[in-house]
Write a protein that binds this ligand. Structure first.
Ligand code: GTQ
Length: 345
């Protein structure tokens, strides 16, 4: 009997006892560097928008609860995952529709992609959505969405949902419940959280102890203005252009315990150098056109497109016109574990 045959016979005997030989899988379990099963991919909004609109003829937001087309990593079909740890989807709410109140332990971000005048209500405070706004639904917070328009005009509104669904699934720690009422009572005037926490000042007395930022809407008008001023005042970073991270004003850390969002400006003509990071990231293009070269594959991007950069895949960004990119990753979790790594070529 050869060594291989003897080993195989041995593996066959231990398998019924639910045992497996580590030495056959050690290299894959403990890789020399990350080997993500995820692949880079880009979703062109132009191609998706008609299909998303068609979904509204098939099901209402209310019946669907959340009418979302999930962006699945092409290498992880059926997993509702855009990376191993994160979920992304495009949610549509038509004028007059309602997505009923519920809560879950999964944290969500909304990044408004198309249209304006929808709202989300989080823990009794409503915020109106405008393109480019970054909005948080904290873990276990009641939330419902609707679309009443602004200024007497209403239109379909689409946003990118980013959730830590795969992480919660991994931990088997998911809980959820529906509210008795379709819509929450609005208990605070719009903008109240931002007034309290959004101006580099916080109330002298407050009891916000949650791990999630007390600001739940970071308006694009403000973030865009910050990028514009930044670009006037300093040269772009050779890898990132002008890149800011959104923060929780109470801690200076990530606004969500599991997700770090970013916003960056690439000047017209920017040709960035390649970098790698262990936190794979999902990008949503707000303005401008350019290319993302991900692990050697070149993707042309334009406004409202979404693309995914897998963990440790070298990324090189370039812009033909001034571009603004929103992105998010699982960085806070990797940071808490002390395993976050970056490499700048
Ligand atoms: O809006 O509450 O894309 O619960 C997936 C799950 C959105 C939401 C999603 C959700 C939501």
């Amino acid at each position: 009997m050869t060594a291989t045959a003897a080993r195989q016979a041995y593996y066959d005997r231990i398998r019924p006892l639910h045992l497996s030989p580590l030495w056959e899988s050690l290299h894959a379990l403990v890789p020399r560097e990350p080997q993500s099963p995820c692949v880079p991919a880009l979703w062109r909004y132009e191609a998706i928008k008609p299909l998303l609109m068609e979904s509204a003829t098939l099901i209402t937001a209310e019946e669907a609860v959340r009418r979302v087309l999930v962006l699945e990593n092409p290498a992880l079909p059926g997993r509702a995952s855009i990376t191993q740890s994160l979920y992304a989807g495009l949610q549509l709410i038509m004028p007059g529709e309602v997505a009923p109140a519920h809560r879950h332990v999964q944290s969500a971000l909304r990044f408004i992609v198309d249209g304006q005048g929808a709202y989300t209500t989080v823990n009794g405070e409503r915020t109106t959505m405008y393109p480019g706004d970054f909005i948080i639904t904290p873990s276990w917070a009641w939330h419902d969405h609707g679309n009443e328009g602004v200024g007497g005009h209403s239109e379909p509104v689409v946003w990118l949902d980013g959730l830590d669904i795969p992480m919660l699934r991994f931990f088997d720690a998911g809980f959820a419940e529906n509210a008795d009422e379709k819509l929450q009572q609005v208990a605070q005037p719009e903008g109240h959280s931002f007034a309290r926490f959004g101006h580099n000042m916080v109330p002298v007395k407050h009891s916000h102890g949650a791990p999630t930022s007390p600001i739940f809407s970071y308006p694009y008008a403000r973030s865009r203005e910050a990028l514009a001023a930044l670009a006037r005042g300093e040269a772009p970073d050779a890898w990132h252009g002008h890149k800011l991270v959104y923060i929780n004003p109470l801690t200076g850390g990530a606004p969500m315990p599991t997700i770090q969002p970013f916003l960056q400006l690439l000047p017209a003509g920017f040709a960035g150098q390649a970098h790698q990071q262990t936190d794979g990231a999902i990008y949503s293009v707000v303005e401008g056109r350019g290319t993302a070269t991900i692990a050697g594959e070149r993707f042309a991007f334009g406004p409202r497109d979404t693309f995914v950069v897998p963990s440790w895949a070298p990324l090189q960004l370039a812009a033909s016109s001034e571009a603004v990119l929103f992105s998010f990753s699982d960085r806070p979790v990797q940071r808490a574990m002390g395993v976050l790594r970056e490499r700048f070529a």
